[in-house]
Design a protein around this ligand. Structure first.
Ligand code: NAP
Length: 490
């Protein structure tokens, strides 16, 4: 039988082997800081099978805040035990970590910090960390993931983790970590991209700003216009009090105008782009910046159009519930009885209303389909052809049906002088201007001769280049030099 003394080195070796094996199975990850982010990150890492060592200035106090699988130690101990160390402290406290320089040398530091407000500093937080720890490799990442998303798991929150670093190996090990936790790493290039990544959480719906302002501007314009025509005009000309129309009726006649014009604004940039391509004879010339931005915000403009249309539908359904509507109905019935009129049925009015309601319902249905397919989860299930068919062809169908809805609503009003209150044309006539211009331009672009040229340009044909290739053939015996001379004159 072996003596205990003989057992000792053997036992120590097996413990070491076991530790080494477990290290291989679940690599150790270090976290500096014991705040909200560190706690969520540790929970996620532990449940993804990593060994976690948290470095705190006060490990005794912080230990109870972490899940049982995470070890809470001093900053020195945490820095020494892991090859990848997350720095979950704010930028202003980086300098207090300088004592760890030796323990962290040669390791990968993951900078997860964000700015709390837009800063004018030239150096990003990650670059600043890199300058304090020149012997470490810094990777920027995980800052776009909130502590909540980390804790609740990637199913409920944003799944993309933007990563940047000057070292490929460091990026790949942090990407592997992200993938193991269920996130999708996105390589954003060198560490100089850190400034851009750090500014992302400070953004507040940047792609929605202009579309929202545009729809609010349109709403204010149409509301003011309808207010003057529907409230001020009867008050000034007949002393009639129509101020009760302010909360519902004026809103309800303004919303469809906003929905309709916004829907047409979705297609204006595409048409402008097509005209520019036809004019320049190439698709390789950059569009002006404003057109580029407009093209990128079509989805938001379309969704706001859908929102206005849906609100218009709800307001319209509620119109008969109002006391004012009931009083008007009773008053009209009383007047009819007094006048001895048996039926108020006007065949033309009945048909007009049936048709315009039907067009309105159809337009809303097609708009709903467009809105649903713009959801990433639905859009991703469609191939490119299906997506562009829905967004382009069905979009124009919605615009056409909405135009028919507006025309049947307005009917002959535009030709009735009594409708020009304060010399202002009826609102529907005003709302028709941009959408009708869009539909006319679209029809022009669909003309076979124009469409063929545009299709050719979009497949890579260029006015100058084609001539260069064609001229020798067309001119038959012409030599290359003279053909090139001709091209330069085109
Ligand atoms: P926090 O709750 O305030 O935690 C910061 C931690 O830093 C403290 O708990 C502290 O831990 C440690 N620390 C180290 N040196 C320090 C010093 N000299 N003074 C004060 N604290 C010091 O902040 P947090 O929300 O976890 O955020 C940490 C980092 O993650 C920040 O850079 C933040 O931008 C980033 N981030 C946070 C979130 C989030 O949702 N919270 C999301 C993305 C990124 P010890 O006392 O144990 O040393």
């Amino acid at each position: 039988m072996a003596s205990p003394d003989m057992m000792k080195p053997l036992l120590r070796n097996s413990v070491e082997v076991e530790q080494a094996l477990s290290e291989l199975k679940c690599p150790t990850v270090g976290i500096l800081g014991s705040g909200d982010f560190a706690r969520s990150l540790a929970t996620r890492l532990v449940s993804s099978g990593f060994r976690v060592v948290v470095g705190s200035r006060n490990p005794k106090r912080s230990a109870s805040l972490f899940p049982p699988g995470a070890e809470v130690a001093t900053q020195q101990e945490a820095a020494g035990q892991a090859d990848v160390v997350f720095v979950a402290v704010f930028r202003e406290h980086y300098s207090t970590l300088c004592d760890l320089k030796e323990a962290l040398a040669g390791k990968v530091l993951v900078d997860v910090s964000n700015d709390t407000e837009p800063s004018l500093r030239l150096q990003s937080n990650a670059e600043h960390l890199g300058s304090l720890f020149p012997e470490c490799t810094v990777v920027k990442g995980f800052n776009v993931i909130s502590a909540w998303a980390l804790q609740s798991g990637p199913r409920d929150g944003n799944r993309q983790v933007l990563i940047c670093s000057d070292s490929r190996e460091a990026k790949s090990s942090v990407s592997h970590l992200a993938r193991s936790m269920g996130f999708i790493p996105v390589d954003m290039g060198p560490l100089s991209s850190a400034k851009e990544i750090e500014s992302i959480p400070l953004r507040l719906f940047p792609s929605w700003k202009t579309p929202v302002l545009c729809s609010l501007g349109l709403f204010c314009f149409f509301y003011g216009y309808n207010f003057i025509r529907g409230v001020i005009h009867p008050f000034v000309t007949k002393g009639q009090n129509s101020f009760y129309k302010i909360p519902v009726e004026i809103v309800n006649v303004s919303l469809p105008c906003v929905a309709y014009v916004m829907l047409s604004l979705v297609y204006v940039p595409g048409i402008l782009a097509a005209f520019l391509q036809l004019r320049h004879g190439t698709k390789y010339r950059r569009f002006p910046g404003w057109l580029d931005r407009w093209l990128q915000q079509r989805k938001q403009i379309g969704l706001l159009s859908f929102l206005s249309a849906a609100l218009h539908a709800v307001y319209s359904l509620c119109l008969p519930m109002r006391k004012s509507a009931r009083y008007h109905l009773l008053n009209d019935a009383f007047k009819q009885v007094k006048a001895g009129q048996e039926s108020a049925w006007v065949e033309e009015e009945v048909w007009r209303m049936e048709i315009y309601l039907s067009f309105g319902i159809l337009a809303l249905a097609v708009l709903s389909l467009l809105a649903i397919t713009s959801l990433p989860s639905v859009g991703n299930s469609l191939n490119w052809r299906e997506f562009s068919f829905i967004q382009s062809n069905l979009g124009y169908t919605a615009l056409l049906i909405a135009t028919l809805h507006t025309l049947t609503f307005g009917w002959k009003k535009a030709f009735n002088p009594a409708q020009y209150k304060f010399y202002l044309p009826p609102t529907y006539a005003l709302a028709l201007v941009v959408p009708c211009a869009v539909l006319l331009c679209r029809t022009y672009l669909l003309l076979p001769c124009v469409n063929a040229r545009l299709t050719k340009i979009r497949r890579g044909w260029e006015r100058g280049r084609l001539t260069r290739f064609q001229l020798p053939e067309e001119m038959g015996h012409c030599n290359v030099n003279s053909a090139q001379e001709d091209v330069s004159n085109v």
